[in-house]
Design a protein around this ligand. Sequence first.
Ligand code: ADP
Length: 709
Amino acid sequence: MQKRRRIVLLFGLGIVLPSLLLGYLAFRGIQNDRALVEKERLEDTRRAADRVTRAVDDAITAVEEALTKTVAEQSGKPSAESAPALEKLAAGNPLVEQVFYLKDFKEVRLPLAELLYVADGRREAGSSPPASLNGSTEMQVAQQLEFQQKDYPRALAGYQQALKHVNDPRLEGLVLNAIARVQRKSGLLKDAVSTYENIVRHHGGIIIPGGMPLGPSASLEICVLSREIGAFAKSLQASLGLYRSLLGREWTLERAEFDFFVQRAKTLIEEVLAMQPPGIDLTSIRGEFQSLGVKEAEQRNKTERMIAFEQDAAPVLEAKLRGGMDETNRSFSRLALDIGSHSYFVSIVRPTAPPGNPSDAAWGTIVDAERLRENSLRPALRDHFPSGETTWAVKGKDGAVVLSSENPPAGPVTFRTNFVSNTPDWTLEFHQPPPRLIRTFLLSRRGLYSFVFLLIAGILVFGLVLTIRSVSHELELARMKSDFVSTVSHEFKSPLTSIRQLAEMLQSGRVPSEERRQQYYDVLLEQSERLALLTDNILSLAKIEEGRAEFVFETTDVSALLTSVVSSIQERVRHEGFDIELKAQGPIPLVAVDRTALSQAITNLIDNAIKYSGDSRKVVVGASIEGQSLAIAVQDFGAGIKKEDIDRVFERFFRGGDELTRTVKGSGLGLTLVKEIVKAHRGRIQVESEPGKGSMFSIRLPLAQGKGS
Ligand code: ADP
């Protein structure tokens, strides 16, 4: 037992340990592969990200090159004259938000900027009204009448007189303005309105002393006066018109002026709307008023951005650019600027100055960040990272996400990159889930080897199981064989001993009575029969197992065969009190069987029934026809077979584990032989048994026997 365990253990270790080792190595291999896959994927991401940044870079470069070209073409011309060419450049490039001129790093100009207003105090002085206006005596008299004597009719007449003598259209506007003013003061409101209308139509752009154009104030007067005279529709239209003109940048105003007029126009519109004057389509007016409001907010925002840039960019640019451009030897440089609360991506182009005349003049573009994002970055990211495992996010420098992939970015950031010279100052972040172990295994180059390994390992384990099974089976067989040898030798020895003793007693004539002598003869016969049966069993089984057995099938009267077997055994065991009953039901037809073999099988069954009968002395042998079969059953009422043994009783050398079996002699071969014989007759054998109540072995042989083997 100990040895057997050791063999199985050694065997297991010999296979399991190397398998475990190989399995571990394979696992490590797959892990390495996974790291490799991860590295490759990272490399792919890096390359794709590179292409994305290059695409954005190329888009900006195209703008820069166009600007460089335009600037080169315009070199030498004053900046104002370059405006049309620059305008064309800006119009043709959606990425250009503004083109600006940087003069000596001291001043930024936005020649093309479409601003709602200029910063306070930044309006360039327009052509001032001719000095002769104040010098005109007619005007002076009229002004005196108006302001000092407050004689409006005469003042009006005076101004009208003066109007006849002016030729300069700018002066005409100013005189008309005075006329309208006096008309108003004298209560001629309708006249004043039409005079103001005249001014707006023909002299709106005239600059009054102080630099403000006439147009907006005249328009405002129309609105106010119209309302005063109850012309609400006109007042509304005029106020909307003023608002529209202000947003349409009809006049150059400073921020405070613009705010004042916008505020006035809006208040007037709101007030008149609140009065709900009849006969006016208020809905459409409200609609336009609202959309103008939206437009105002947008343009104000942009205007403020540009004003802030114009005012504050110069020192920042100077600080960043001085010297820097010479070092890089590039004709342009890119910067991300933060001015106020706004960020700008700018690109500066410096025209090559003629030698000996170094100039710090430069041109620049403000890149439209939103367009850059939507027109260049987003498509590039979509192309190079089609929806899949890799997700991405673009973050601004404050960390806020400005763009992200359709699938929300998940998992750790596996790769992060920025743009050339950090312009735009966005960070691209890529997320990739770690490759799955099983997938890596299936996809990896070593997957095939690992697969083969697994297969081999599987086969080895399978082999191990089979080996353990067959080894233990062999060991069990060996045990049974040795049991067999000892029991069989005992089986031979004890009958031989009693035969010898009895024979000796008979020979020496020491047996007193004839009756006793007869008894001895019976025992002698029984013992030698048993020896013969045992020898027959062993020899027959050996023959069958070696394939040497030859069955001779002869048409036989099975009833007669049974009668002969039963009566010979009955004879042998009568002295033990056994009663073997033979019950043949109905006529049994002739069947082709091997008589010797079948007799031996039935003898074995009856012999067992007797051996394992315990206290019972009754055995029933039955024969009947069931369908196409001949059924022979041997039933006893003895010990029965334990449940766990019942499936094994036909195994070679198997002997039951109960008390009775241990005391009864046997070889464990009887039923094996019965089974082989039945098999040779193409029949079946089955057993029903209940411990304590007895067993019944039934043989079924087909009536139509073929040629036996
Ligand atoms: P053995 O020489 O031990 O009788 P067999 O092959 O004839 O060998 O029987 C195998 C085992 O089957 C026996 O050891 C016994 O335990 C059990 N067995 C066979 N026939 C009977 C029966 N009629 N009643 C109880 N047990 C039986």
